[in-house]
Ligand binder design. Structure first.
Ligand code: ADP
Ligand code: MG
Length: 347
């Protein structure tokens, strides 16, 4: 047996050898915006370019956060007040672009992704930075909200105006704004000539390029335990978004109520516990993860098809993992004894 000092010397020497190889140049930064911690990784740039990249991302995310925040005093609160009064609202071209994309995604999801249910989300206590500790709304209030049920179909957009024919429309872009902001940030990065980066907002991300000679590798959080349930290597320019019932919730009378509301029932959707979507557009992936979470174990393939999504993983209450064939081809499941159902989307 080698003496201990020799082992230590060997380890130390190996350590130095590893370090003396050219280390991968990944610059990292953390930002706090969009209600979450945003991790930025940029590969292979000098420090000044990496700092420039972080600044671009920070600025873009801040713009969207300010414009579309659902419960901080700002432009969206004013829009919501005017919508309740049935007024015609003047909008600029960037708001038009944002709303138009949201409207298209809502229609394709059969309004399961419904960013007009702000008052319902508020009644459930989720318009707050803290975890709500209130009781769920009464059945009566939920039924009243369901009766008026607004949707993006109530919205008319022109290049410069926004109107609604349902005074119950109250925008909440919690399921879309993060994706939209990340798209904007990444477009700006590309224009600045940055080719290899990840913008990761609390597990929802868009990755471009690679980490040098390796692809970016991403973990999907286990929905009910610590650690990851799966990992994905991104290819080129891709977004990976997950909606889970563990993100924001409260417990009341022994039951858990979370923040993804099924507009059909007015209650938190309860069939899935997590949905992961891969798509090249982050805003689409964001809205789709939410819509497919609500669609649940039986309806997700149909809604995914309508939304043009072909890479989906849905996990239900029993931890059964449903996947589209395309997702199954590329995702790596990181737990033992997983129950997997691959749904062939060519039915
Ligand atoms: P996260 O933001 O935690 O990643 P989601 O993207 O699924 O999760 O967005 C959930 C948020 O979207 C909620 O906190 C709420 O603000 C809003 N929301 C809840 N239900 C819906 C729905 N049916 N359609 C659109 N937005 C919703
Ligand atoms: Mg979403």
């Amino acid at each position: 047996m080698k003496p201990l000092w020799l082992s230590l010397l060997l380890i130390a020497t190996l350590g130095i050898t590893a370090c003396s190889e050219a280390p991968p140049q990944v610059h990292k930064a953390k930002l706090f915006t969009l209600g979450t911690l945003v991790d930025v990784s940029v590969h292979h740039l000098d420090k000044a370019s990496a700092q420039q990249a972080v600044k671009i991302i920070e600025d873009e995310l801040a713009i969207i956060n300010r414009q579309w925040h659902a419960w901080q005093d700002g432009p969206l609160m004013q829009i919501n007040q005017q919508l309740a009064q049935g007024k015609t609202i003047t909008i600029d071209s960037s708001s038009h672009h944002f709303l138009q994309q949201a409207q298209r995604l809502a229609a394709n999801s059969d309004q399961l992704f419904n960013p007009t249910i702000g008052s319902l989300v508020e009644q459930w206590g989720f318009h707050s930075d803290d975890r709500p500790d209130a009781a769920p709304p009464t059945k009566k209030r939920i039924n009243a909200a369901r009766k008026q049920m607004p949707s993006m179909a109530n919205i008319t957009l022109t290049a410069t105006t926004l109107t609604s024919n349902n005074p119950a429309v109250q925008f909440d872009f919690g399921a879309f704004g993060k994706g939209y902001a990340i798209d904007r940030a990444v477009e700006q990065l590309k224009q600045a000539g940055i080719k290899d980066a990840i913008v990761n907002a609390g597990g929802d991300l868009r990755a471009i390029g690679s980490k040098g000679d390796r692809p970016w590798r991403i973990g999907v959080r286990h929905p009910s335990e610590a650690g990851v349930i799966a990992s994905i290597e991104t290819d080129g320019d891709e977004s990976v978004f997950t909606s889970g019932n563990y993100e924001r919730f409260f417990d009341f009378d022994g039951r858990r109520y979370h923040h993804i509301i099924d507009p059909r029932s007015g209650y938190p959707a309860n069939d899935a516990i997590s949905v992961t979507v891969i798509h090249n557009n982050a805003a689409t992936a964001d809205a789709a993860a939410t819509a497919l979470f609500i669609a649940g174990t039986t309806q997700w393939p149909q809604i995914a098809k309508q939304m043009g999504i072909d890479e989906v993983m849905l996990i239900d209450n029993d931890l059964t993992i449903y996947m589209s064939a395309k997702m199954a081809q590329r995702i790596q499941i990181e737990i033992d004894d997983a129950q997997i159902k691959i749904i062939d989307d060519e039915r």
